[in-house]
Design a protein around this ligand. Structure first.
Ligand code: 6LW
Length: 510
């Protein structure tokens, strides 16, 4: 519909969005956890059409990511622009903690990382006051007593922090997980926007105000300004929270935030996605989606000329939608034209029951992209190398133990395609089920289809097996990521130099 923007504006696993406006241009970044490259950067001129420019963390030394825990790595980034420079601040929870990268242009190149020593917790954000002072705020951790939002002056020449102050503990008495802070100045006062309630069903956006950037902040009596926690377990958009605000040239405001679409039951296979909602901030406090008070599948468009981008072919293996799992330190991926060669240097990246968990080596055998649709078909032609003991195939991956895959292996009698489901049973036992198998040739067309929660795995157009995909949602599997679809190769514990070859990858959402 003209005048309406479809939500989510970034479908699929794009959580913790942060937005900034520079003139007529909007830029946005999201979390990326253990997927590399990290921190995707998007551009829009109308808040409707978003184009991915690339990533902030493109060089292995910027983001050493160990994928032993997929939901580790790079958490909630913030993007800001000040005095001719873009700043992205985030946390590598599996490594250096909080750090900043800067760039003159949002498409990069982005600088090496500047580590902020002495910054506790996660979710760092930056704010420049009118006098040019830079303030950093973040989510404290339990080590500092009751978790709270903290703030301090940040020297952006030396990247050193001044004395930290507690800014706010959140709106609710006994508040759970106050996090995701951003500071804004409006009409001479300072507003601290945060999320609380935890990033799942009880997520909420709350706000406080102060006369100075480092407090003391007082909560708004009308908090929360947004939540879906009271809408029950069937409302199709849930866990609204972790928000950031942008003011348009005409003075109006919009909020980007994370939320999940549930389908086929209370399942969130697509992870936490990025949504948009208008904000009326003509009064003292912001009103989110006035007259509605919740996030919907459409959002009234701002009065901005439409600016669609030229459609990009995401099936091109060089498109920025593609990621490896963990930092690819020993060149596991080779792309020639649109052919993908994956080295079989890793044991199967999805641990088999009883296998040693050498995740560092497992992580490099995967090349994938987000599942962005409830219904999709993804296919590729796979050629299994001659080498003994190797396997390759396609997979839908939620994390290190919850996945569906269609896998090729070889024995004396030839090549077999198997459909497999792996998951973690309550209590932590890792399980695997064979859904079906068939003898195939050397080069096989593999396919994964999803119609809602019914996932089917095929080889040469023959369905090998189906499974209910509800276990691929974070509400079942735990963690912070959404499902990925991609190709993998494995030496199954051997250091085989062999490469699996994949051609004609297609992902089609519907
Ligand atoms: C993030 C925290 C959160 O750092 O989840 O929803 C964490 N909010 O703010 C990981 O995305």
């Amino acid at each position: 519909m003209p005048g309406e923007i479809r939500n989510p504006i970034l479908p699929g696993f794009y959580p913790d969005p942060s937005i900034c406006r520079v003139g007529d241009d909007f830029y946005m970044v999201t979390s990326s956890f253990s997927y590399f490259p990290g921190v995707p950067v998007f551009h829009s001129r109308d808040l409707q059409n978003w184009e991915q420019l690339g990533h902030v963390l493109e060089r292995p030394e910027q983001a050493p990511l160990d994928s032993r825990y997929i939901s580790g790595g790079i958490y909630a980034p913030t993007i800001r622009y000040h005095d001719g420079l873009f700043y992205m601040i985030t946390t590598n929870v599996s490594g250096v903690g909080d750090f900043v990268c800067t760039a003159e242009r949002p498409e990069g190149p982005w600088s090496d990382i500047h580590v902020i020593h002495g910054a506790p917790g996660i979710d760092p954000s930056l704010f420049w006051d009118e006098d040019g002072t830079c303030y950093m705020c973040g989510t404290g951790d339990w080590k500092d007593g009751y978790p709270h939002i903290w703030g301090a002056v940040l020297d952006t020449d030396t990247w050193t922090l001044g004395e930290k102050r507690e800014l706010w503990r959140g709106a609710l008495h006994d508040c759970w997980a106050p996090e995701a802070p951003h500071i804004y100045r409006k009409d001479g006062r300072y507003y601290l926007l945060i999320a609380e309630g935890g990033t799942e069903h009880y997520h909420a956006v709350t706000i406080a105000r102060s006369d100075s950037p480092l407090g003391k902040y007082r909560g708004y009596e009308g908090n929360p300004i947004l939540t879906h926690r009271h809408l029950g377990w069937d409302y199709p958009i849930c866990n609204t929270g972790h928000a950031d605000l942008a003011q348009l040239q005409d003075g109006s405001w919009y909020m980007v935030l994370l939320a999940s679409r549930i389908y086929g039951g209370y399942h969130k296979n697509l992870g936490r996605e990025t949504f948009l909602v208008p904000v009326d901030w003509r009064g003292e406090w912001p009103v989110v989606n006035p007259g509605k008070g919740c996030v919907e599948f459409t959002c009234p468009a701002p009065a901005l000329p439409l600016h669609p981008f030229e459609a990009r072919d995401d099936n091109d293996l060089r498109s920025p939608v593609w990621n490896t799992l963990g930092t690819p330190t020993n060149r596991p991926v080779r792309i020639e034209g649109n052919e993908l060669y994956l080295r079989c240097v890793a044991p199967t990246f999805i641990p088999q029951p009883g296998e040693p968990e050498d995740w560092k080596r497992q992580a490099i055998g995967f090349y994938g992209r987000r599942q962005q649709h409830m219904c999709f078909a993804a296919s590729a032609w796979a050629t299994l190398p001659e080498a003994e003991g190797v396997s390759c195939g396609m997979a839908v991956v939620q994390n290190g133990y919850a996945a569906l895959r269609v896998e090729l292996t070889r024995d004396q009698s030839g090549v077999t395609a198997r459909a497999l489901k792996s998951w973690q049973a309550p209590g932590g036992t890792r399980c695997e089920a064979l859904l079906g198998e068939a003898a195939v040739g050397e080069t096989v067309r593999l396919e994964i289809r999803a119609e809602g929660q019914c996932y089917t795995l095929l080889a040469d157009d023959r369905p090998l097996g189906s499974a209910d995909g509800g276990f691929l949602g974070s509400e079942s599997a735990g963690g912070f990521v959404g499902a990925y679809v991609g190709m993998f190769a494995s030496g199954n514990g051997t250091d085989s130099p062999a490469e699996a070859r994949f051609t004609r990858f297609r992902y089609q959402g519907c």
